[in-house]
Ligand binder design. Structure first.
Ligand code: CA
Length: 224
């Protein structure tokens, strides 16, 4: 289970990372709001712990940004200021929970568990990468808020890439998941469909998300 901590106080961040690591979380730390936002948008975390007062971009703006992009990852806001307005502001911005500092680690862990449980029950149906989102139940695809129409195979191809979460998917995997062939038909079927998907999903946007990994296959991720 991956957890992102966005916290600029090194001591607090280190303490959180150690304790949460002991609880079995794979922890990634960021020290300012901008890098925290970029990490969060990778969509590869089960939960985000976000401090309110952060350099470059404050925690509330970070949460507003990820929600505006359709990312539903649960967020717990941390703040040195425990006043009621902060709590309301955090929840309004799209946070799921709020914990005033100083807090007991047992309390934080209890809240994380409860959010993870709640989220697992909801079974979120949306995949999000940068400004691209895909709902595997409604099959709705949007990029930068704009609706994109895909054919059935194109949408299965996109789902196949999304489910691999940034990892490389081989031509063979694509053939088996999208066409349900257990053999390689030896045609350029995959190339043709990747090209069509790119035309719809990537061509009119500044950054390409469908990457060709030469000799290996394809990956859906932010280009370097
Ligand atoms: Ca801070």
């Amino acid at each position: 289970m991956r957890l992102l901590i966005v916290e600029d106080e090194p001591k607090t961040a280190a303490l959180l990372a150690t304790r949460l690591g002991e609880e079995g979380f794979e922890v990634v730390k960021e020290e300012d709001g901008e890098s925290g936002l970029a990490q969060a948008l990778s969509g590869s975390f089960e939960i985000l712990l976000v401090d309110i007062m952060l350099p470059k971009l404050d925690g509330l703006s970070l949460v507003r940004s990820i929600r505006a992009k359709g990312l539903a990852t649960p967020v717990i806001m941390l703040s040195a200021r425990g006043e009621i307005e902060q709590r309301v502001e955090g929840l309004d911005a799209g946070a799921d929970d709020y914990l005033p500092k100083p807090f007991a680690m047992s309390e934080l862990l209890a809240r994380i568990r409860s959010l993870v449980r709640r989220n697992a029950q909801q079974k979120p149906s949306r995949f999000v990468l940068d400004d691209l989102s895909f709902d595997h139940l409604t099959r709705e695809v949007r990029r930068a808020g704009r609706r994109i129409e895909l054919s059935t195979r194109e949408s299965l191809l996109l789902e196949c890439l999304f489910r691999a979460e940034g990892q490389v998917v081989s031509r063979r995997d694509i053939i088996s998941k999208v066409w349900e062939y257990d053999f390689d038909p030896g045609t350029n079927l995959v190339e043709v469909y990747v090209r069509r998907l790119r035309e719809k999903v990537d061509r009119d946007f500044p950054n390409s998300l469908i990457q060709t990994i030469r000799g290996l296959g394809y990956a859906l991720r932010l280009g370097s």
